[in-house]
Design a protein around this ligand. Structure first.
Ligand SMILES: Nc1ncnc2c1ncn2[C@@H]1O[C@H](COP(=O)(O)OP(=O)(O)O)[C@@H](O)[C@H]1O
Ligand SMILES: [Mg+2]
Length: 308
């Protein structure tokens, strides 16, 4: 018998591939492997057409993988339903257009056997209480998206899978969505797997990210690791020219205004400081400049695929 252990990953994907339309078809996902632990907010990042929705549809059992394995709560998806509850939002959710937002949730609660008492607090949580009586037909994309999140949470899932939850939301809506997703993980201990093509979104929200590019997973790491690699150190020192001369043999340097910008791993900072001090250079400050994930993302996709 399979049992769920506390330290077991909530989601494991191994060698997952999907080709649409036979052997000569579109290779939408190729040999993707990743692991998501309990309580993590995990970002699945990639440009449009990268293969995010295809992967998510496979996780939800909506389409069949061409090859590879998916384990949810320790059980292979091919061997039956997951042992924990999964809630999901794909394609902005499917709703009856002529029913109100609240009525849609009531119908869903009935079909999946969820507690109706969860509906009002969820409507409030996603900021739809004022519009809950309106027909979904008249909803904006952002309102549908929020109703979709409420629907995903209706069965009180342990794992929440959200395909592009920020889609169609304005800046304020994105802020609210972000707060909501964080609260799911922090206050309720849920595991969240979300996809996005918005780098900034993932950077602010997620603990770890996987980057998918044209169907291929090119990185999996913590957001912090990604940002710290090849950090730029900004050094204010005098004389600046001498500082450059001392460091430039080992690290790329350029003078930018009153500072020296050095491309180096953050782990090199102590050595850099020692060398400057040994050369009797006066150092006023030495600070890492975090790259945005956007810069890291571009650097990775360009070096690993060559032609971007
Ligand atoms: N049902 C389908 N039939 C054929 N090709 C598809 C289908 N769905 C997606 N694709 C193709 O698979 C690739 C990945 O698409 P998708 O998973 O939707 O990417 P993303 O969600 O990252 O934008 C794209 O080239 C897309 O055109
Ligand atoms: Mg998609």
């Amino acid at each position: 018998m399979e049992r769920m252990r506390g330290d077991e990953p909530v989601l494991e994907i191994a060698g997952l591939s999907k080709t649409y339309g036979g052997r000569a078809g579109v290779r939408a996902v190729q040999d993707v492997s990743l692991t998501v632990g309990a309580g993590e907010v995990y970002g699945f990042l990639g440009a449009n057409g990268a293969g995010k929705s295809t992967t998510i549809r496979m996780l939800l059992g909506l389409i069949t993988p061409s090859s590879g394995a998916i384990r949810l709560f320790g059980r292979d998806l091919r061997h039956g339903q997951p042992l924990g509850k999964v809630g999901s939002l794909v394609d902005g959710g499917a709703f009856y257009p002529f029913l109100s937002g609240r009525r849609n949730l009531e119908v869903l609660a009935k079909t999946q056997g969820s507690d109706r008492g969860r509906i009002e607090p969820l409507l409030a949580q996603v900021g739809l209480e004022r519009d809950a009586r309106r027909k979904v037909k008249g909803y904006s994309t952002g309102m549908r998206q929020r109703l979709g999140v409420a629907a995903a949470l209706l069965n009180d899932p342990d794992l929440v899978i959200l395909d592009e939850p920020a889609n169609g939301l304005d800046a304020a809506g994105i802020q609210e969505m972000r707060a909501l997703i964080r609260s799911l993980a922090e206050e309720r201990g849920k595991t969240v797997f979300l996809s996005s093509h918005l780098l900034n979104e993932v950077q602010q929200l997620c603990d770890r990210v996987a980057i998918i590019d044209r169907g291929v997973l090119i990185r999996e790491s913590t957001v912090d690791e990604l940002l710290q690699e090849e950090a730029t150190l900004r050094i204010v020192a005098t004389p600046l020219e001498t500082a450059r001369a001392v460091l430039s043999a080992d690290w790329p340097c350029e003078i930018a205004g009153t500072a020296l910008r050095v491309t180096a791993a953050q782990a090199d900072a102590p050595e850099i400081l020692r060398r400057l001090v040994a050369a009797r250079i006066e150092v006023f400050s030495l600070a890492p400049q975090r790259r945005t994930l956007e810069e890291a993302f571009l650097a990775i996709t360009q070096t690993e695929t060559g032609d971007a």
